[in-house]
Every structure is written in structure tokens, then in C-alpha cells.
Design a binder for this molecule. Structure first.
Ligand code: SF4
Ligand code: SF4
Length: 473
């Protein structure tokens, strides 16, 4: 069966009756294919290894949602630090805007997990089992023989195994590796929530990489829809030099341009489009396969490479290439603001998180000649090493002290690295000194005496005429 001819009036991969047209892109090699392969393998290695590489005693990336503790490249954040995410997401969002305005869909072609896993893993498995593009097309149209059943079962079995592996690696960002290992060796019913999630994710990945493929980029990806609003005629993208290539003709034909209409650029396109149909085509994921394909043809013809190349629509039209435009400047400024605020905010993250609550029960107790307020302290040590923290009450009330404090009025609490403790703290005040509710400030010091964090909480006692206290028993 002849491959379908691309048209700008329709999506190649969807037939007129709405059914799916499966594209079988031809193999391609060249400088971009090699570079993309290196980048792809590097990104896969990063994805696989991040949960294994320890930094400051925790995995490089470990999003411990169950304990609300997030380890990011040596930095430990707790739920209270998540406001930082706003600046992180803003910085990353504007970085993507800036990159798209400057370099088009470079993310899609080079770094998107959809493209990386599809091109570097699933298409490679398919190429190995089913052969090159003509062989795959023949197999698709062949009747179901035992050989075809075996070939399909083998391919889809490997696809399923790869999907399971990708899903398990994904879950290892949220569950520690020893815990994941233990889960994998226990009955699914013991961890049914995680089990169902991993199975569902594996199923989605399998469906996506085995069948849905480029449809995700064409009909589902929101970034793909957004890009037309982010780019302009000066954005660098993969394109065809019409002024040089047209009119098409056989090599040596009089007045013919450089395009010999060999259709190699179409055959290698994973989304089934013809880059020569011009403009910014929605389906183009900037995978550069057509650049390599055409460069090979040009090299064979002893013509300069670059008939299909990275360039702007303005440059293809013979105008000057402009890097600095209002949109690139605005996106760059917003990107730098987001990035700088995030970098600054990161330096302000405290190594300890501290919260204090009043203990359930009476608001205060009479203890001989003293009034007692009971609090409940929660301390999270975000460092790897055990921390000895000193708790102190700061107040101008004479005689106010922490029960069990040392001669300096401080209570020392040891918290193991990356752990939290919850401990009661009792504040006492001679009854004779109490003259109505007042606020006390509890501070946490490190061993050098520096104040790390502090919180304010009221000290309550019996109601007296003229004071503002409520609810004393
Ligand atoms: S590969 Fe190059 S020469 Fe061949 S059809 Fe495409 S643009 Fe023309
Ligand atoms: S037109 Fe070229 S760059 Fe775009 S998806 Fe097809 S092969 Fe990749």
C-alpha cells in the first residue's frame, strides 16, 4: 500500500472516516539524529538515576508526599515551604515561553518525555522486531499468520515490560527505593493503592507508546496548542527554504531549484507531514529528521546542506533574522525575575520547621503557686545530621520559664536528621505575676545560638476584672 500523501487541509494520521492512519517513518541518520540520540539517552539516564543518586543523605529527587517532605538536589522542603513552588513554576513557565519564542518547539523535538521515550525506546524495539519502514508497512497489511502473531506478541510484550519499567521508575520518585522493593515483593493487596496506580500508569503508557504515539502531540498536548501564540516569524524552527528549493525538478533540469522532489523528508517524518508545504505546521514536533534526510540528499548531489534547516520564517523569506523582539525581551525579563526570586527564596529556607499548638484540655492549670500552660511542639529537622535545637521563651514577664529548662532558660531537643519529633513543652509563671493574657514568643536556636525560627502563642490564666482573657475555668 502506498503511503498517504500529506495535505495542509487535513491531519495525515487521521483518515477521512475518522479512523487512524499509522505512519511508518523511514530510518534516518545524520548529525541531528546522532545528537538527539545522545541527548535522549542522557535524559533517560537522568530519569532512571535521580532516585538512586544520594545527595545530602537523601535521593537527588524524592517527593515524599506521605510525610510531606520533598528532597530536591540536596535541598529538603516541607509542606510549609511549598510557596516556593510558585516562583519555581513561574520561572520554568517563562523559561519555556522564552525558549519557544526563540527556538520554537525545541522542547518537543529534543526533551519532551513523549518524544524521548517513543524515539529512543519504543520505536527502536519496533525497528528491531518488525524491520524498516517498508517491512513494517508490509507486515501491517499482511494476513494474520502464526509468524505475525508471534512477532506482534513479542513486540507488545516488550512494550508492556518497558511501560511497567517506566511506571515503576516514576513511582520511585514518590516512594523510597527500599520501600518500592519491599512493595514489589509483597502481595498487591498489601499496597493496593500504589499497585492500582502503577498498573493504571503502565496501561496508559503502553496505550500511548504502542498505539496513540504522535496523536498525543497532535490532538492532546496543550503546549502544542499554545505554541502558535508564542512564536512569530522570527522564531527559529525547522523549515524548508522555498526560494532555494523551488521549482522542484530532477537533478540537472534547467531552471530547477535544489529540491529534487525525492520525498525523503516526507518519508522520515514521524507525524506524516511534508515540511515543504510551508509555514508553521501544527503537527511538526521539530524532531529534525527531515533536516538530516535532506542534508544526505544534498550531500550526494554535491549541493550545500540546509535546504531544510533550522531558521526563521523571515530568514526563509529573505529578510533579516531578528533575535531581539518585544516578546523575547518580555519573556526573558519575566524568566529572570521568576528565576532570581526563586534562587533568593531558596537561600531563605530554614533548616528546621517548627510549629506550636496548645495541648488539648484546660487552657491553663494551677500548679501550687504557679500557672502552667501546656503546648505541643512539632520540630522537623531538614538536615541530614542530627540537630540539637534549643527552645527558649522570649517574654518580658518576670518569672516566666520552661519547665525542665537549663540554667540559661533553654530546653534542648535532639532531632535525628530528616526526621520530625513532637514533644510537649510546659511554660510556667508564678501566679502573683499574672496580670491577664499575654503573648509569648518561642524561639528555636541552633547550637551556635542563632535564632532559626520563632512562633508566637498566648499564655492564658484566670480571668481578672480588666484583663482581656476569655474562657478561663
Ligand atoms: S529531501 Fe530535500 S530534496 Fe528531497 S524532497 Fe525533501 S526537500 Fe526536496
Ligand atoms: S516536519 Fe521535519 S521536523 Fe517536523 S516532525 Fe516532520 S520530520 Fe520532524
Amino acid at each position: 500500500m502506498k503511503p498517504k500523501a500529506p495535505s495542509r487541509d487535513s491531519v495525515t494520521t487521521i483518515n477521512e472516516d475518522g479512523s487512524r492512519y499509522i505512519v511508518h517513518p523511514s530510518d534516518v541518520s545524520g548529525r541531528f539524529a546522532l545528537l538527539r540520540r545522545l541527548v535522549g539517552w542522557l535524559l533517560i539516564a537522568v530519569y532512571v538515576l535521580l532516585p538512586w543518586i544520594p545527595i545530602n543523605g537523601a535521593p537527588a529527587v524524592f517527593l515524599n508526599v506521605a510525610e510531606r517532605r520533598f528532597h530536591l538536589l540536596g535541598l529538603t522542603l516541607v509542606a510549609q515551604d511549598l510557596w516556593l513552588l510558585f516562583f519555581c513554576i513561574t520561572g520554568l513557565g517563562f523559561t519555556l515561553f522564552f525558549t519557544t519564542a526563540l527556538l520554537g518547539r525545541i522542547w518537543c523535538g529534543w526533551a519532551c518525555p513523549q518524544t524521548v521515550f517513543l524515539d529512543m525506546v519504543f520505536r527502536r524495539v519496533e525497528r528491531l522486531i518488525d524491520g524498516d519502514a517498508p517491512a513494517r508497512r508490509r507486515l501491517e497489511n499482511a494476513p494474520w499468520t502464526p509468524a505475525k502473531v508471534f512477532q506482534r506478541a513479542l513486540k507488545h510484550g516488550i512494550f508492556l515490560a518497558c511501560s511497567l519499567a517506566v511506571a515503576h521508575i516514576f513511582i520511585s520518585y514518590f516512594v523510597s527505593l527500599p520501600k518500592l522493593y519491599a512493595m514489589m515483593h509483597s502481595a498487591p493487596a498489601q499496597n493496593w493503592g500504589v499497585f492500582v496506580f502503577v498498573m493504571a500508569l503502565s496501561g496508559i503508557l503502553y496505550f500511548n507508546f504502542a498505539w496513540f504515539r504522535e496523536q498525543f502531540c497532535i490532538v492532546m498536548c496543550p503546549y502544542g496548542r499554545l505554541q502558535s501564540a508564542l512564536v512569530d516569524d522570527d522564531t527559529i524552527n525547522v523549515g524548508y527554504d522555498e526560494r532555494r528549493g523551488e521549482p522542484r525538478g530532477k537533478p540537472g533540469s534547467a531552471n530547477a531549484g535544489d529540491c529534487i522532489d525525492c520525498r525523503r523528508c516526507v518519508q522520515v517524518c514521524p507525524t506524516g507531514i511534508d515540511i515543504r508545504q510551508g509555514g508553521l505546521q501544527l503537527e511538526c514536533i521539530a524532531c529534525t529528521a527531515c533536516i538530516d534526510a535532506c542534508d544526505q540528499v544534498m550531500t550526494r548531489l554535491h549541493r550545500p546542506r540546509g535546504l531544510v534547516r533550522y531558521d526563521s520564517l523571515s530568514a526563509f523569506g529573505g529578510k533579516k533574522r531578528r533575535i531581539l523582539r518585544p516578546r523575547t525581551v518580555v519573556y526573558a525579563v519575566l524568566m529572570l525575575i521568576g528565576g532570581s526570586v526563586f534562587s533568593f527564596a531558596i537561600t531563605k529556607v530554614k533548616p528546621v520547621t517548627f510549629s506550636i499548638l496548645r495541648m488539648p484540655g484546660a487552657p491553663y492549670y494551677r500548679d501550687g503557686e504557679e500557672l502552667r500552660n501546656n503546648y505541643f511542639l512539632r520540630l522537623i529537622n531538614k538536615r541530614v545530621e542530627t540537630g540539637a535545637f534549643e527552645i527558649e521563651i522570649v517574654s518580658s514577664e518576670p518569672g516566666l520559664h520552661i519547665a525542665g529548662a537549663d540554667a540559661n532558660g533553654r530546653l534542648t531537643v535532639a532531632v535525628p536528621g530528616n526526621q520530625e519529633i513532637q514533644t510537649p513543652v510546659v511554660a510556667q509563671l508564678p501566679k502573683s505575676e499574672f496580670d491577664g493574657q499575654f503573648d509569648i514568643r518561642m524561639t528555636v536556636h541552633d547550637q551556635t545560638g542563632s535564632v532559626l525560627v520563632s512562633r508566637t502563642i498566648p499564655f492564658l490564666g484566670p480571668f481578672r476584672q480588666g484583663n482581656t482573657q476569655r474562657g478561663a475555668p
